[in-house]
Write a protein of this length. Structure first.
Length: 310
């Protein structure tokens, strides 16, 4: 369900950005506005990013192979990282370049009303796309703040869309301010300044996305709520005396790897140990359905013995 919701948000954002991009380029050609041109490139970058997210989601569903025995779920993280690179290079750096040239060589805008209408229309479409992403994110966000959700979620698509659409709306505001200020003052330098602001905004969003997705690629543990549920499920299994140590890592947004050493009774025989492990695995999967790969090692607890920290 989470994956379906992410895909729905991505497709909605893609449709909105394609329509917005065309209108922005038309407006830029009519008005000569650098901020409109930068916003058009921004929409192209966003559209390319959403295509990358869809490709990553599709490739991540490939079955495991001998070369990749844990599957390809992390491809979603890799493609999300590519999104950050595209947003930084194609969107942010181009806007900074265009804004710089407009500031040093300003010229008045033509037919500014066209730019204003297009920006307002784009704001409506971007707002609809953002509303869709917010609705999907609220299904799993719980009581977490938006910043905490973006930083702690293990699904890359929704944070990408949320940050892109929020950045797009703010960028449209910068462009509108630049166009209006240029018309009122008759000085095109304000259009260039707004373009620089758009570029700085896109670079900031891209860096934030890159940092978060890099952490996911390296491998992040289960969130604290999941860890607590896993520990409770293991300790509730008959025959498990304690958890000696526990390790988790996301193989993908909906696939969690769990490895734990559990303490069992000194006198337990092989059949009892096997039954304990089977029961513990079943309890963990019931408590945390994303725990798809579980390795439990039975051991005898020795107080003071050296073992990895839990």
């Amino acid at each position: 369900m989470a994956s379906e919701g992410s895909t729905r948000a991505v497709v909605t954002a893609l449709g909105a950005n394609l329509a917005i991009g065309v209108s922005k380029f038309v407006a830029a050609a009519i008005t000569g506005s650098a901020s409109m041109l930068a916003e058009g490139v921004h929409s192209v970058a966003d559209s390319a990013n959403q295509v990358l997210l869809l490709i990553g989601g599709r490739r991540a569903r490939r079955p495991a192979s001998a070369l990749h025995p844990f599957g390809y779920a992390r491809e979603r993280y890799v493609y999300a990282f590519l999104v950050a690179i595209v947003l930084f290079s194609l969107g942010g750096l181009y806007a900074l370049y265009e804004g710089y040239h407009k500031v040093i060589d300003p010229h008045p805008l033509e037919s500014p009303l066209v730019a204003v209408v297009v920006l307002l229309l784009a704001a409506v479409l971007e707002g609809y796309a953002l509303r869709t992403a917010v609705g999907e994110a609220n299904r799993t966000r719980g009581d977490r703040s938006w910043l905490r959700f973006v930083r702690r979620t293990r699904s890359p698509e929704l944070p990408v869309i949320l940050l892109e659409d929020s950045g797009a709306l703010l960028g449209l505001l910068f462009a509108l301010i630049g166009v209006v200020a240029s018309v009122i003052t008759g000085n095109g330098v304000f259009d260039g300044i707004s373009t620089l602001c758009i570029g700085a905004l896109l670079v900031t969003v891209a860096v934030l996305l890159a940092v978060e997705t890099k952490s996911l690629i390296i491998g992040e543990s289960a969130v604290p709520e999941q860890l607590a549920a896993i520990e409770q499920a293991l300790l509730a299994a008959p025959g498990v005396d304690r958890i000696i140590h526990l390790r988790t890592m996301h193989l993908g947004p909906e696939e969690l790897l769990l490895a734990a050493k559990i303490a069992i009774g000194v006198d337990d025989d092989a059949a009892e140990i096997a039954a304990t492990i089977d029961d513990a695995e079943a309890r963990v999967r019931a408590a945390v359905p994303t725990a798809k790969v579980i390795y439990l090692e039975p051991d005898i607890y020795r107080p003071g013995a050296t073992s990895p920290a839990s």
